[in-house]
Write a protein that binds this ligand. Structure first.
Ligand SMILES: Cc1cc2nc3c(=O)[nH]c(=O)nc-3n(C[C@H](O)[C@H](O)[C@H](O)COP(=O)(O)O)c2cc1C
Length: 364
Protein backbone atom coordinates (compact mmCIF):
# COMPACT_ATOMS: atom_id res chain seq x y z
CA UNK A 1 0.00 0.00 0.00
CA UNK A 2 1.06 3.63 -0.10
CA UNK A 3 3.59 4.79 2.47
CA UNK A 4 1.01 6.96 4.14
CA UNK A 5 -1.94 5.58 6.08
CA UNK A 6 -3.65 8.96 5.95
CA UNK A 7 -6.63 8.91 3.60
CA UNK A 8 -7.59 12.30 2.30
CA UNK A 9 -11.06 13.69 1.86
CA UNK A 10 -12.17 14.97 -1.53
CA UNK A 11 -11.92 18.57 -0.32
CA UNK A 12 -8.33 18.28 0.85
CA UNK A 13 -5.67 20.08 -1.23
CA UNK A 14 -2.87 18.00 -2.74
CA UNK A 15 0.70 19.26 -2.77
CA UNK A 16 2.90 18.03 -5.58
CA UNK A 17 6.65 17.94 -5.99
CA UNK A 18 6.51 21.04 -8.18
CA UNK A 19 4.03 23.72 -9.08
CA UNK A 20 0.80 24.78 -7.43
CA UNK A 21 -1.03 22.50 -5.00
CA UNK A 22 -4.25 21.06 -6.40
CA UNK A 23 -7.14 22.74 -4.53
CA UNK A 24 -8.95 19.40 -4.07
CA UNK A 25 -8.82 15.76 -5.17
CA UNK A 26 -11.15 15.99 -8.16
CA UNK A 27 -9.59 16.68 -11.56
CA UNK A 28 -11.23 17.05 -14.97
CA UNK A 29 -10.10 14.14 -17.16
CA UNK A 30 -8.78 14.99 -20.63
CA UNK A 31 -11.83 14.84 -22.90
CA UNK A 32 -11.71 15.09 -26.66
CA UNK A 33 -14.56 17.41 -27.63
CA UNK A 34 -13.89 18.28 -31.30
CA UNK A 35 -14.76 21.91 -30.72
CA UNK A 36 -11.49 23.49 -31.89
CA UNK A 37 -11.18 25.44 -35.09
CA UNK A 38 -9.90 23.84 -38.31
CA UNK A 39 -6.35 25.04 -37.70
CA UNK A 40 -6.30 23.73 -34.11
CA UNK A 41 -7.00 27.09 -32.48
CA UNK A 42 -9.22 27.27 -29.42
CA UNK A 43 -12.89 28.11 -30.03
CA UNK A 44 -15.33 29.95 -27.79
CA UNK A 45 -17.29 26.72 -27.21
CA UNK A 46 -14.18 24.88 -26.07
CA UNK A 47 -13.21 27.71 -23.75
CA UNK A 48 -16.71 27.79 -22.25
CA UNK A 49 -16.77 23.99 -21.77
CA UNK A 50 -13.49 24.02 -19.85
CA UNK A 51 -13.95 27.21 -17.85
CA UNK A 52 -17.35 26.03 -16.64
CA UNK A 53 -15.63 22.93 -15.19
CA UNK A 54 -13.15 25.17 -13.33
CA UNK A 55 -16.11 27.20 -12.04
CA UNK A 56 -17.81 23.91 -11.14
CA UNK A 57 -15.13 23.16 -8.58
CA UNK A 58 -12.64 20.87 -10.32
CA UNK A 59 -9.23 21.41 -8.74
CA UNK A 60 -7.49 20.68 -12.03
CA UNK A 61 -8.77 21.40 -15.51
CA UNK A 62 -7.05 19.42 -18.25
CA UNK A 63 -7.53 20.15 -21.93
CA UNK A 64 -8.45 17.46 -24.43
CA UNK A 65 -5.62 15.58 -26.10
CA UNK A 66 -3.86 18.35 -28.07
CA UNK A 67 -1.67 17.48 -31.06
CA UNK A 68 2.00 18.37 -30.79
CA UNK A 69 2.75 17.86 -34.47
CA UNK A 70 0.52 18.06 -37.54
CA UNK A 71 1.07 14.47 -38.72
CA UNK A 72 -0.18 13.34 -35.28
CA UNK A 73 -3.53 15.13 -35.59
CA UNK A 74 -6.24 12.54 -35.12
CA UNK A 75 -9.60 14.31 -35.34
CA UNK A 76 -11.41 17.15 -36.97
CA UNK A 77 -11.75 19.85 -34.32
CA UNK A 78 -8.75 18.68 -32.26
CA UNK A 79 -6.98 21.32 -30.19
CA UNK A 80 -3.46 22.16 -31.39
CA UNK A 81 -0.39 22.96 -29.30
CA UNK A 82 1.93 22.41 -32.27
CA UNK A 83 2.56 25.99 -33.35
CA UNK A 84 3.05 29.42 -31.81
CA UNK A 85 0.00 30.58 -33.77
CA UNK A 86 -2.03 28.70 -31.12
CA UNK A 87 -0.69 30.89 -28.31
CA UNK A 88 -3.39 33.58 -28.23
CA UNK A 89 -6.19 31.02 -27.67
CA UNK A 90 -4.15 28.94 -25.24
CA UNK A 91 -3.22 32.04 -23.27
CA UNK A 92 -6.82 33.14 -23.04
CA UNK A 93 -7.80 29.67 -21.80
CA UNK A 94 -5.03 29.39 -19.20
CA UNK A 95 -5.86 32.85 -17.87
CA UNK A 96 -9.57 32.07 -17.52
CA UNK A 97 -8.98 28.70 -15.80
CA UNK A 98 -6.66 30.36 -13.29
CA UNK A 99 -9.17 33.15 -12.66
CA UNK A 100 -11.76 30.48 -11.84
CA UNK A 101 -9.43 28.99 -9.24
CA UNK A 102 -8.29 25.74 -10.87
CA UNK A 103 -4.85 24.42 -11.78
CA UNK A 104 -4.52 24.17 -15.57
CA UNK A 105 -2.83 21.65 -17.82
CA UNK A 106 -2.58 20.73 -21.51
CA UNK A 107 -2.63 17.08 -22.55
CA UNK A 108 0.13 16.48 -25.14
CA UNK A 109 -0.81 13.98 -27.85
CA UNK A 110 0.40 12.35 -31.06
CA UNK A 111 -1.93 9.86 -32.75
CA UNK A 112 0.77 7.86 -34.57
CA UNK A 113 -0.90 5.23 -36.75
CA UNK A 114 -4.25 6.29 -35.29
CA UNK A 115 -3.92 9.85 -36.54
CA UNK A 116 -6.17 10.80 -39.48
CA UNK A 117 -4.31 11.50 -42.73
CA UNK A 118 -7.41 13.12 -44.24
CA UNK A 119 -7.59 15.58 -41.38
CA UNK A 120 -3.85 16.26 -41.04
CA UNK A 121 -3.02 16.19 -44.74
CA UNK A 122 0.12 14.21 -43.82
CA UNK A 123 1.02 10.52 -44.27
CA UNK A 124 0.57 8.37 -41.16
CA UNK A 125 3.62 7.40 -39.13
CA UNK A 126 4.09 4.66 -36.52
CA UNK A 127 6.88 2.74 -34.79
CA UNK A 128 6.60 0.03 -37.49
CA UNK A 129 5.44 -0.26 -41.10
CA UNK A 130 1.75 -0.85 -40.52
CA UNK A 131 -0.27 -2.34 -43.37
CA UNK A 132 -3.60 -2.14 -41.56
CA UNK A 133 -3.42 1.63 -41.04
CA UNK A 134 -1.16 2.33 -44.04
CA UNK A 135 1.39 3.96 -41.74
CA UNK A 136 5.13 4.17 -42.33
CA UNK A 137 7.81 3.40 -39.71
CA UNK A 138 9.45 6.48 -38.24
CA UNK A 139 13.22 6.76 -38.79
CA UNK A 140 15.41 7.51 -35.77
CA UNK A 141 15.84 11.18 -36.76
CA UNK A 142 12.06 11.39 -37.14
CA UNK A 143 11.58 9.92 -33.64
CA UNK A 144 13.92 12.60 -32.32
CA UNK A 145 11.78 15.13 -34.15
CA UNK A 146 8.62 13.80 -32.45
CA UNK A 147 10.34 13.98 -29.05
CA UNK A 148 11.16 17.61 -29.83
CA UNK A 149 7.54 18.23 -30.81
CA UNK A 150 6.32 16.99 -27.41
CA UNK A 151 8.89 19.22 -25.71
CA UNK A 152 7.80 22.13 -27.91
CA UNK A 153 4.17 21.55 -26.91
CA UNK A 154 5.05 21.67 -23.22
CA UNK A 155 7.11 24.83 -23.64
CA UNK A 156 4.21 26.43 -25.52
CA UNK A 157 1.78 25.42 -22.76
CA UNK A 158 4.07 27.06 -20.22
CA UNK A 159 4.39 30.17 -22.36
CA UNK A 160 0.60 30.40 -22.55
CA UNK A 161 0.45 30.37 -18.74
CA UNK A 162 -0.64 26.80 -18.04
CA UNK A 163 0.53 25.37 -14.73
CA UNK A 164 1.53 22.11 -16.34
CA UNK A 165 1.26 19.54 -19.09
CA UNK A 166 0.35 15.86 -19.23
CA UNK A 167 2.03 13.45 -21.62
CA UNK A 168 -0.57 11.17 -23.23
CA UNK A 169 1.11 7.79 -23.07
CA UNK A 170 -2.16 5.84 -22.96
CA UNK A 171 -4.90 4.37 -25.16
CA UNK A 172 -2.87 3.08 -28.08
CA UNK A 173 -1.64 6.42 -29.48
CA UNK A 174 1.96 6.97 -30.60
CA UNK A 175 3.72 6.68 -27.21
CA UNK A 176 1.65 3.60 -26.33
CA UNK A 177 2.34 2.19 -29.82
CA UNK A 178 6.04 2.24 -28.96
CA UNK A 179 5.25 0.36 -25.73
CA UNK A 180 3.33 -2.36 -27.64
CA UNK A 181 4.93 -5.78 -27.04
CA UNK A 182 3.08 -7.47 -29.91
CA UNK A 183 3.91 -4.93 -32.57
CA UNK A 184 7.08 -2.95 -31.78
CA UNK A 185 9.81 -5.24 -33.08
CA UNK A 186 12.14 -2.43 -34.15
CA UNK A 187 15.74 -3.57 -34.05
CA UNK A 188 17.18 -0.15 -33.15
CA UNK A 189 17.20 1.46 -29.72
CA UNK A 190 13.45 2.20 -29.84
CA UNK A 191 12.10 -1.34 -30.13
CA UNK A 192 12.25 -4.90 -28.85
CA UNK A 193 13.12 -4.89 -25.15
CA UNK A 194 10.99 -3.02 -22.62
CA UNK A 195 13.95 -0.71 -22.03
CA UNK A 196 13.91 0.20 -25.72
CA UNK A 197 10.13 0.38 -26.07
CA UNK A 198 9.78 3.06 -23.45
CA UNK A 199 12.90 4.99 -24.44
CA UNK A 200 10.98 7.58 -26.45
CA UNK A 201 8.69 8.21 -23.48
CA UNK A 202 11.67 8.68 -21.17
CA UNK A 203 13.27 11.10 -23.61
CA UNK A 204 10.04 13.10 -23.75
CA UNK A 205 9.78 13.23 -19.96
CA UNK A 206 13.37 14.32 -19.35
CA UNK A 207 13.33 16.67 -22.33
CA UNK A 208 10.23 18.46 -21.06
CA UNK A 209 11.69 18.70 -17.59
CA UNK A 210 14.89 20.27 -18.92
CA UNK A 211 13.09 22.72 -21.19
CA UNK A 212 10.47 23.98 -18.71
CA UNK A 213 10.74 25.94 -15.49
CA UNK A 214 11.28 24.17 -12.13
CA UNK A 215 7.67 24.88 -11.07
CA UNK A 216 6.03 23.56 -14.26
CA UNK A 217 3.94 20.52 -13.32
CA UNK A 218 4.46 17.47 -15.54
CA UNK A 219 2.25 14.39 -15.50
CA UNK A 220 2.15 11.17 -17.48
CA UNK A 221 -0.97 9.19 -18.38
CA UNK A 222 -0.58 5.46 -19.00
CA UNK A 223 -2.72 2.47 -19.90
CA UNK A 224 -2.17 -0.48 -17.57
CA UNK A 225 -3.34 -3.19 -20.00
CA UNK A 226 -4.65 -3.81 -23.53
CA UNK A 227 -3.01 -2.06 -26.49
CA UNK A 228 -0.28 -4.74 -26.40
CA UNK A 229 0.82 -3.71 -22.92
CA UNK A 230 1.25 -6.43 -20.30
CA UNK A 231 0.49 -5.67 -16.69
CA UNK A 232 4.07 -6.48 -15.64
CA UNK A 233 5.43 -4.03 -18.22
CA UNK A 234 2.96 -1.38 -17.11
CA UNK A 235 4.03 -1.86 -13.50
CA UNK A 236 7.70 -1.57 -14.44
CA UNK A 237 7.05 1.61 -16.42
CA UNK A 238 4.94 3.13 -13.64
CA UNK A 239 7.66 2.18 -11.15
CA UNK A 240 10.19 4.08 -13.24
CA UNK A 241 7.81 7.02 -13.76
CA UNK A 242 7.13 7.34 -10.03
CA UNK A 243 10.77 7.28 -9.05
CA UNK A 244 12.47 9.14 -11.93
CA UNK A 245 12.00 12.49 -10.19
CA UNK A 246 11.05 14.37 -13.36
CA UNK A 247 7.32 13.72 -13.04
CA UNK A 248 4.93 15.25 -10.53
CA UNK A 249 2.17 12.70 -10.99
CA UNK A 250 1.33 9.56 -12.92
CA UNK A 251 -2.27 8.91 -13.97
CA UNK A 252 -3.45 5.35 -14.55
CA UNK A 253 -6.29 5.26 -17.06
CA UNK A 254 -8.23 2.25 -15.75
CA UNK A 255 -11.48 2.89 -17.72
CA UNK A 256 -13.11 1.23 -14.68
CA UNK A 257 -11.46 1.94 -11.33
CA UNK A 258 -13.20 -1.07 -9.78
CA UNK A 259 -12.15 -3.72 -12.29
CA UNK A 260 -10.00 -6.81 -11.86
CA UNK A 261 -6.85 -7.20 -13.96
CA UNK A 262 -7.68 -8.43 -17.49
CA UNK A 263 -8.11 -12.21 -17.50
CA UNK A 264 -8.09 -12.54 -13.70
CA UNK A 265 -11.43 -14.00 -12.60
CA UNK A 266 -10.27 -14.99 -9.13
CA UNK A 267 -11.97 -11.98 -7.59
CA UNK A 268 -8.96 -11.57 -5.32
CA UNK A 269 -7.22 -8.69 -7.03
CA UNK A 270 -8.17 -5.28 -8.32
CA UNK A 271 -6.23 -3.54 -11.06
CA UNK A 272 -5.93 -0.31 -9.04
CA UNK A 273 -4.03 -2.16 -6.27
CA UNK A 274 -1.35 -3.21 -8.75
CA UNK A 275 -0.37 0.47 -8.97
CA UNK A 276 -1.20 2.02 -5.61
CA UNK A 277 1.14 -0.58 -4.07
CA UNK A 278 4.18 0.67 -6.01
CA UNK A 279 6.44 2.97 -3.94
CA UNK A 280 5.90 6.51 -5.14
CA UNK A 281 8.04 8.80 -2.99
CA UNK A 282 7.04 12.40 -3.61
CA UNK A 283 5.32 11.64 -6.92
CA UNK A 284 1.53 11.50 -6.88
CA UNK A 285 -0.56 8.66 -8.30
CA UNK A 286 -4.00 9.33 -9.76
CA UNK A 287 -6.64 7.12 -11.38
CA UNK A 288 -9.57 7.48 -13.76
CA UNK A 289 -12.52 5.32 -14.78
CA UNK A 290 -16.22 5.13 -13.95
CA UNK A 291 -16.08 7.45 -10.97
CA UNK A 292 -19.79 8.20 -10.81
CA UNK A 293 -20.01 10.17 -7.60
CA UNK A 294 -18.55 11.14 -4.25
CA UNK A 295 -18.47 7.61 -2.83
CA UNK A 296 -16.56 6.22 -5.85
CA UNK A 297 -14.01 9.02 -5.65
CA UNK A 298 -13.54 8.57 -1.91
CA UNK A 299 -13.16 4.82 -2.42
CA UNK A 300 -10.23 5.50 -4.80
CA UNK A 301 -8.55 7.75 -2.22
CA UNK A 302 -9.08 5.14 0.49
CA UNK A 303 -7.56 2.56 -1.84
CA UNK A 304 -4.41 4.70 -2.00
CA UNK A 305 -4.85 7.06 -4.96
CA UNK A 306 -3.88 10.70 -4.32
CA UNK A 307 -6.58 12.17 -6.60
CA UNK A 308 -9.05 11.10 -9.29
CA UNK A 309 -9.73 12.24 -12.84
CA UNK A 310 -13.42 12.41 -13.75
CA UNK A 311 -14.62 12.21 -17.38
CA UNK A 312 -18.23 11.18 -17.94
CA UNK A 313 -19.42 12.72 -14.66
CA UNK A 314 -17.93 16.06 -15.66
CA UNK A 315 -19.66 16.00 -19.05
CA UNK A 316 -23.02 15.29 -17.43
CA UNK A 317 -22.57 17.82 -14.62
CA UNK A 318 -20.24 20.82 -14.95
CA UNK A 319 -20.21 21.11 -11.14
CA UNK A 320 -19.69 17.40 -10.38
CA UNK A 321 -16.69 18.38 -8.23
CA UNK A 322 -18.47 21.00 -6.14
CA UNK A 323 -21.43 18.71 -5.58
CA UNK A 324 -19.32 15.66 -4.71
CA UNK A 325 -17.36 17.70 -2.17
CA UNK A 326 -20.56 19.05 -0.61
CA UNK A 327 -22.52 15.79 -0.49
CA UNK A 328 -21.07 12.35 0.12
CA UNK A 329 -24.15 10.78 -1.48
CA UNK A 330 -23.80 12.78 -4.72
CA UNK A 331 -23.94 10.86 -8.02
CA UNK A 332 -23.88 12.31 -11.52
CA UNK A 333 -27.15 12.37 -13.52
CA UNK A 334 -28.21 9.07 -15.06
CA UNK A 335 -27.26 8.44 -18.68
CA UNK A 336 -28.41 8.98 -21.35
CA UNK A 337 -29.37 12.66 -21.14
CA UNK A 338 -31.02 15.03 -23.59
CA UNK A 339 -29.18 17.40 -25.89
CA UNK A 340 -30.80 20.22 -23.96
CA UNK A 341 -29.34 18.93 -20.70
CA UNK A 342 -25.84 18.86 -22.25
CA UNK A 343 -26.24 22.37 -23.66
CA UNK A 344 -27.12 23.61 -20.19
CA UNK A 345 -23.87 22.04 -18.98
CA UNK A 346 -21.89 24.12 -21.52
CA UNK A 347 -21.33 21.19 -23.87
CA UNK A 348 -21.30 22.85 -27.32
CA UNK A 349 -23.01 21.52 -30.46
CA UNK A 350 -19.91 19.87 -31.96
CA UNK A 351 -19.27 18.07 -28.69
CA UNK A 352 -22.90 16.98 -28.36
CA UNK A 353 -22.74 15.58 -31.92
CA UNK A 354 -19.53 13.73 -31.11
CA UNK A 355 -21.04 12.23 -27.96
CA UNK A 356 -24.16 11.22 -29.89
CA UNK A 357 -22.26 9.49 -32.70
CA UNK A 358 -18.93 8.41 -31.19
CA UNK A 359 -19.98 7.12 -27.77
CA UNK A 360 -22.93 5.01 -26.72
CA UNK A 361 -25.28 5.98 -23.90
CA UNK A 362 -24.59 9.69 -23.64
CA UNK A 363 -27.36 11.29 -25.65
CA UNK A 364 -31.04 10.33 -25.96
C1 LIG B 1 -15.88 11.82 -24.91
C2 LIG B 1 -14.59 11.32 -24.34
C3 LIG B 1 -13.38 11.86 -24.79
C4 LIG B 1 -12.17 11.43 -24.25
N1 LIG B 1 -11.00 12.02 -24.67
C5 LIG B 1 -9.82 11.68 -24.08
C6 LIG B 1 -8.63 12.38 -24.40
O1 LIG B 1 -8.60 13.32 -25.19
N2 LIG B 1 -7.49 11.98 -23.78
C7 LIG B 1 -7.47 10.95 -22.86
O2 LIG B 1 -6.41 10.63 -22.32
N3 LIG B 1 -8.60 10.29 -22.53
C8 LIG B 1 -9.77 10.64 -23.09
N4 LIG B 1 -10.92 10.02 -22.70
C9 LIG B 1 -10.89 9.10 -21.54
C10 LIG B 1 -11.24 9.89 -20.26
O3 LIG B 1 -10.26 10.84 -19.95
C11 LIG B 1 -11.45 8.96 -19.04
O4 LIG B 1 -10.23 8.39 -18.66
C12 LIG B 1 -12.45 7.86 -19.31
O5 LIG B 1 -13.61 8.39 -19.95
C13 LIG B 1 -12.85 7.12 -18.05
O6 LIG B 1 -13.38 8.01 -17.08
P1 LIG B 1 -14.96 8.22 -16.86
O7 LIG B 1 -15.56 6.87 -16.64
O8 LIG B 1 -15.04 9.14 -15.69
O9 LIG B 1 -15.48 8.85 -18.13
C14 LIG B 1 -12.16 10.41 -23.26
C15 LIG B 1 -13.37 9.86 -22.83
C16 LIG B 1 -14.57 10.31 -23.35
C17 LIG B 1 -15.85 9.73 -22.81
Amino acid sequence: MSESVHHATLAEPLTLRRGPAWPNRLALAPLTNKQSQRDGALSDDEQRWLVRRAEGGFGVVMTAAAYVSVEGKAWEGQLGVHDDAMLPGLTQLATAIRAAGAVSSVQLHHGGRRADAHVSGQPLVAPWNDAKYAARALTVPEIEHVVDAFIGGAVRAQEAGFDGAEIHGAHGYLIAQFLDTRMNHRTDRYGGSLENRYRMMREIVSGIREATSPDFQVGLRLSPERYGIHLEDAQAIVGWALECGDLDYVDISLWDAFKAPHGDDSGDRLLIDEFTSIPRGETRLTVAGKITGAADATWCLDRGADAVFVGTGAILAHDFARQAIADEAYRHPEQPVTREHLREQAVGEAFVDYLATGWSDFVI
